[in-house]
Design a binder for this molecule. Structure first.
Ligand code: NDP
Length: 478
């Protein structure tokens, strides 16, 4: 991309003149791609006001009509899939194949949420009184602020706007300052439809300014946030004065438990996929391994070979790769520092272990660390990079205890041929999701939610949809 595009905030179906002061760069080569605005206080106010103004009429339409707009947008996403995938790869760094999956999954997600239009249900409850009916209605909350991370930036738009809109809410989205281009391109597609003004709005800028303005605002009824635990905690504080409802999808430190009876080839393949995908920058993917001693040497050797075979580099320049760069210099520094600290504490580098010599991009070598212990930061803190620390355990009991001993509780995985071991692990692992004998990747009809500091509430499926509603119980005495 040679032309530097200046994007503008999208408020009430219009791109409003804005000061494009934030530079967006390609993390694979540091090339300048676009400039986006830091929305002013007035623009944030205008976006929330537009969403508020539109909401009552939007909610009054039949759900199936609202769903029709989601389908129109899904169709436009599909028509532009290849262009969008290239933009996502350019600004976020994921390989083109994964960007294509992200775009298609986004279109499917919009359609999936549209299907709920005829399935939204309330309840009729029995009463303690004669001649009384009790109705539990599900109603939209009002205006949603959707605050996005950079790792699956395009999909996250749909994950928030689709359930919000089909249930009768309107939304103001703030993309990450790292990856706003795809969000403005999504807004361009929305603008090509006849979606009523104010139903979907985008304001860009930093978390400290635009994010804070949205989360402190009394005119926001739900903050739907995906990002780090630290930011989630700050958002809770910002929401406190208005008691604003929160939906927080935060970080993870997913354990992968490999038992002695596992199909090791399958385990190595799945754990590699779960560590290399999106350069390890995925909330639900394998961040630490507990392997049973009997198969540890074999597993570590195979895991190292598999990670070492990962093809990585600049996805647009080098073509068919497994892995791109990290998102920015700070992420690269953090990963490098975590590995240095771990090796200083006795971890052994089996493969990788260094910043890759790949020009101006933020590339780190696919890395396996053996000899890790449960006190090491690398086994406790989110790495968010292509580094896999491995700890040897004596049995399933020890693995479960160590897995649960974490401030995170998003996802987990187990590799075993024993049904009873799989069932015991499912019962005793204290996580929002457990994957048995497969890589970590959630289904849109599931429920993506974490225990402990991994979040409050969740996304996807019926349960994710109802997060965007509140209940209204009506007692009718005749
Ligand atoms: P951050 O928490 O740094 O940022 C997320 C978003 O919050 C960005 O748009 C950011 O703005 C904004 N933000 C930052 N500070 C504030 C604030 N004080 N008030 C309001 N908004 C604010 O996360 P990352 O973008 O770095 O994403 C990575 C994290 O997200 C990881 O921890 C990962 O585990 C988690 N994640 C969780 C998922 C889940 O489903 N549980 C899925 C994907 C990621 P800006 O950066 O533009 O300044």
């Amino acid at each position: 991309m040679t032309e530097i595009i200046h994007y503008q905030n999208f408020i009430a179906n219009a791109f409003v003149p804005s000061d494009p002061s934030i530079e967006v760069r390609n993390p694979a080569n540091n090339q300048l791609l676009a400039r986006v605005p830091e929305a002013s206080g007035e623009q944030v106010e205008a976006a929330i006001a537009a969403a508020r103004h539109a909401q009552k009429n939007w909610a009054a339409r039949p759900a199936i009509e609202r769903a029709g707009y989601l389908r129109k947008i899904a169709s436009k996403v599909r028509d532009n899939a290849e262009r969008l995938a290239h933009l996502i790869t350019a600004e976020q760094g994921k390989v083109l194949g994964l960007a294509r999956v992200e775009v298609n999954f986004t279109a499917d997600y919009l359609d999936y949420m549209a299907e709920w239009a005829r399935r939204l249900e309330g309840e009729v409850l029995t009463s303690d009184r004669v001649g009384e009916n009790i109705f539990l209605l599900r109603k939209p909350l009002g205006v949603v602020a959707g605050i996005l991370p950079w790792n699956f930036p395009f999909f996250l738009i749909a994950r928030k706007m689709a359930p919000a809109l089909v249930t009768g809410n309107t939304i103001v989205i703030k993309p990450s300052e790292e990856t706003p281009i795809n969000c403005f391109e999504f807004a361009r597609l929305v603008a090509e439809t006849d979606l009523p003004p104010g139903v979907f709005n985008v304001v860009s800028g930093t978390g400290a300014t635009v994010g804070q303005r949205l989360t402190r605002h009394a005119g926001v009824d739900l903050i739907s946030f995906t990002g780090s635990v630290d930011t989630g905690s700050r958002i809770m504080a910002a929401a406190a004065p208005n008691i604003t409802k929160l939906n927080l999808e935060l970080g993870g430190k997913a354990p992968a438990i490999v038992l002695a009876d596992a199909d090791l080839e399958l385990a190595v393949k799945a754990v590699t996929a779960s560590r290399v995908i999106n350069t390890g920058q995925v909330c639900n993917c394998a961040e630490r391994v507990y392997v049973e001693r009997k198969v540890a040497d074999q597993f570590i050797e195979q895991m190292a070979a598999s990670m070492a075979a990962t093809r990585y580099g600049d996805p647009l320049a080098e073509g068919d790769l497994d892995m791109g760069p990290l998102i920015n210099q700070a992420a690269l520094d953090k990963v490098a520092q975590m590995v240095r600290t771990a090796t200083g504490q006795g971890a052994e580098v089996v493969t990788g272990g260094a910043v890759a010599d790949k020009g101006a991009g933020f590339h780190y070598q696919p890395t396996v660390l053996a000899g890790c212990g449960s006190d090491m930061a690398i086994m406790r803190q989110e790495i968010f990079g292509p580094v896999l620390p491995i700890q040897i355990v004596e049995d399933l009991d020890e693995a479960i205890a160590l897995a649960n001993d974490s401030e995170y509780g998003l996802t987990s995985s187990v590799y075993t041929r024993s049904l009873s071991a799989a069932m015991r692990a499912s019962n005793e692992l204290d996580f929002g999701e457990t994957y048995i004998n497969r890589e970590n990747f959630e289904a849109m009809q599931g429920f993506h939610a974490g225990a402990r500091k991994s979040g409050i509430g969740g996304a996807d499926g019926k349960h994710g949809l109802y997060e965007y509603t509140h209940t209204h119980v009506v007692y009718i005495q005749i």
